[in-house]
Design a binder for this molecule. Sequence first.
Ligand SMILES: C[S@@+](CC[C@H](N)C(=O)[O-])C[C@H]1O[C@@H](n2cnc3c(N)ncnc32)[C@H](O)[C@@H]1O
Length: 176
Amino acid sequence: MLSNLILIGMLVFLILFAVTMIMHIICMVPYVPTNMRTVDAMIKAAKLRKRDVVFDLGCGDARLLIESERRHGTQARGFEIAPLIYFLAIGRKFLFRSKVQIHFKNFFNDNLSEANVIFCYLIPKVMPNLAEKIKKECKKGTKIISNTFHIPGLKPHKVIKKNPLKRTPSIYIYHV
Ligand SMILES: C[S@@+](CC[C@H](N)C(=O)[O-])C[C@H]1O[C@@H](n2cnc3c(N)ncnc32)[C@H](O)[C@@H]1O
């Protein structure tokens, strides 16, 4: 009985792992968590206020969202397309007793108009489509904070330069 349960558990894990890998290949973005120093720098760059609604497009384990909520009491919403990483985010949400919303969803199929602040850590290849989506859907005043990669077609309000000593990457800040 116990060995059957273990076998089923392992099978479920393997299926989730395989689907996670497939989703990473389809969306072309691997899971690379932002280090906590960079989380700190991105949240500071966003100058968050309590009334802000924060999105993370490809939220990973939801660290940016949970920290934004913990430090500033913001509402926060994340999108994650890879199942194992989504469950990681759900686990972290419960661990921190957080109210952040995590959607198991491709963020390109949602609307960005409710966000005041958008965090992202994606790859250059998806940036042109993201730029179009931002121009179409984001309201005036929305801040976009991109880890490492510039969003072509948007003019940065500010760029925080990479600091190899602190292990922080370039951070691009845009105001719609
Ligand atoms: C580089 S990781 C960054 C995770 C997190 N934002 C952080 O900074 O720690 C990018 C994540 O975005 C997810 N992702 C990529 N494209 C996506 C899409 N179109 N919709 C939802 N999630 C996506 C990937 O599965 C991956 O977990």
